[in-house]
Design a protein around this ligand. Structure first.
Ligand SMILES: Cc1cc2nc3c(=O)[nH]c(=O)nc-3n(C[C@H](O)[C@H](O)[C@H](O)COP(=O)(O)O)c2cc1C
Length: 194
């Protein structure tokens, strides 16, 4: 039996959501420490293809540090408008430097300066400390005049799916849940009770 490609379905869902919602897709990304203490936050989904789901962040952030020691993640997207939920679990890898640079260059200069200035997830004494770091970075890059370079501590990650669940709302809570698990070059498909 030929099983449909869940990544192609997820891409179609994202396209439909884009038309209906009009905002860039966000996903809740769960990571965990090596001893299994979980944490979750929302990030922007910046790419989805056969290789997986890509997001960008500070590699020294809490999530970055957790991923360094435990490179696995669970991701969930939900659309009220479409009655759909997409769940993905898998191993996380860093995207290539070229991919990070390509995305970095699409970011507004202010966001680039902020990425240099903000030690994401680290404690601040007060807001003034952040303001001072932003002013310092802005001044440094004003002096260089050209483009703001990609910080060495910033870049993309790809969640490489091992499991994908496509959830569709149905009446009376009898939702449709289809789980796909990697099976060689294809996928094993199973229907789950709602
Ligand atoms: C709508 C939305 C989109 C966000 N997108 C990103 C993102 O793409 N990358 C990122 O690092 N943080 C993003 N954030 C901030 C994260 O939720 C989080 O505060 C930050 O990454 C620090 O998380 P951590 O301390 O767990 O590493 C976003 C927040 C919201 C509400």
């Amino acid at each position: 039996m030929v099983v449909e490609d869940p990544i192609a379905v997820a891409q179609a869902w994202l396209d439909e959501a884009q038309n209906v919602v009009g905002e860039p897709p966000t996903m809740t990304l769960a990571t965990a420490t090596r001893d299994g203490k979980p944490s979750a936050r929302v990030v922007l989904l910046r790419g989805l293809d056969d290789r997986g789901l890509v997001f960008f962040t500070n590699r020294e952030s809490r999530k970055g540090q957790e991923l360094r020691r435990n490179p696995r993640a669970a991701v969930v997207l939900h659309w009220w408008e479409l009655g759909r939920q997409l769940r993905v679990e898998g191993v996380v890898e860093e995207v290539s430097e070229e991919e990070s640079v390509a995305y970095w260059e699409t970011r507004p200069r202010g966001s680039q300066v902020a990425a240099w200035a903000s030690r994401q997830s680290h404690e601040l004494a007060d807001r003034a400390e952040l303001d001072a770091r932003v002013a310092e970075a802005a001044e440094r890059f004003a002096a260089t005049a050209g483009a703001v370079p990609l910080p060495p501590f910033w870049g993309g990650y790809r969640v490489v799916p091992e499991t994908i669940e496509l959830w569709t709302h149905r009446d009376d809570r009898l939702h449709e849940r289809v789980r796909y698990e990697r099976d060689g070059f294809g996928w094993r498909r199973a229907l789950l009770a709602p």
